[in-house]
Write a protein that binds this ligand. Structure first.
Ligand code: ATP
Length: 268
């Protein structure tokens, strides 16, 4: 069975000219010259759980019934710098198969739109940290935070420091969100009240910053002060905000005062 599946994946890769496989399996499987991206454990568990309740449906239907699963796969690929064309190969005890994900994802489109205000690499890296925070939290507990990227002069004018800024006086390379070596300290400071402020290249200027709320903002029910403040700052400045909800764990990206995408991490 496994050999058949491997051959099938190789055929798909050749036919659709795709060089990577997202592997949804407890096992490590190799596909010769095709790059394997192992899906995160939470995704594997989500597929297993969904299959348990939708076992009468087909493979694709089963996977696609997980709310927001495609946004999650796309976000996962994007944050790692991949495009969203991939083969998904599932090899689990009760579920085996492969299918192709193709075309421009909603997230790719949104990230492109946001590059009007911020460097795409900076945005992708901040999203990578946000996903890591949403998944892991800190010392076993969920944490919420937000990254406001771009137009720093105006963002700083419309906000104030509520704790001593831990990034003050450090060289840019230690404050660069694009360098994953800095992610551990970012995750530590994500526990502070307030938000991170970054320039459009992803250099962190401040953490623990409280944002002014200006004008009327209407968001969906249940979103509180942090989300409202981030929506507001993106309305009054040319910045993008990535918010990790401490209560739900989901991620929302705001641009021009609107939630342009929600990534339902809590469902994974
Ligand atoms: N205006 C603001 N500027 C910066 N940070 C804020 C602001 N308002 C609230 N916060 C931060 O957000 C935290 C959570 O506040 P609140 O629960 O009202 O927001 P929320 O949008 O519901 O976020 P969550 O989903 O994380 O609970 C606060 O403890 C504070 O650290």
């Amino acid at each position: 069975m496994l050999n058949l599946l491997i051959d099938f994946v190789r055929d798909l890769a050749r036919k659709y000219e795709i060089g990577k496989v997202i592997l949804v399996s407890d096992a490590d499987i190799e596909f010769d010259d095709i790059e394997v991206i192992k899906a995160p454990r939470s995704y594997i568990e989500a597929v297993k759980n969904t299959f348990a309740v939708t076992s009468s449906c087909g493979l694709t239907e089963s996977i696609m019934t997980i709310p927001g699963i495609s946004e999650f796969v796309e976000a996962y690929l994007e944050a790692r710098g991949y495009d969203s064309k991939a083969i998904v190969c599932v090899y689990l005890p009760n579920l085996k198969g492969a299918f192709v994900i193709d075309g421009e994802s909603k997230l790719s489109r949104i990230l492109k739109e946001c590059s009007e205000y911020v460097h795409p690499e900076a945005l992708r890296s901040a999203l990578g940290v946000a996903l890591t925070i949403a998944f892991k939290g800190r010392e076993g507990k969920k944490i919420g935070t937000a990254f406001v990227i771009g137009d720093p002069e105006n963002v700083l004018k419309r906000s104030r420091q509520i704790v001593i800024n831990p990034y003050e006086g450090h060289p840019p390379e230690k404050r660069d969100v694009k360098n994953p070596d800095n992610w551990e300290s970012i995750m530590e400071f994500a526990q502070l009240d307030g938000v991170f402020v970054l320039d459009s290249n992803g250099i962190i200027l401040s953490a623990g910053r409280y944002l002014d709320i200006e004008g009327e903002i209407s968001l969906k029910y249940g979103l509180g002060g942090r989300h409202i403040a981030c929506a507001s700052i993106t309305k009054s400045t040319k910045s993008i905000a990535i918010v990790v909800s401490g209560s739900g764990g989901d991620i929302t990206i705001f641009k021009d005062g609107e939630a342009v995408i929600e990534i339902p991490v809590s469902m994974m």
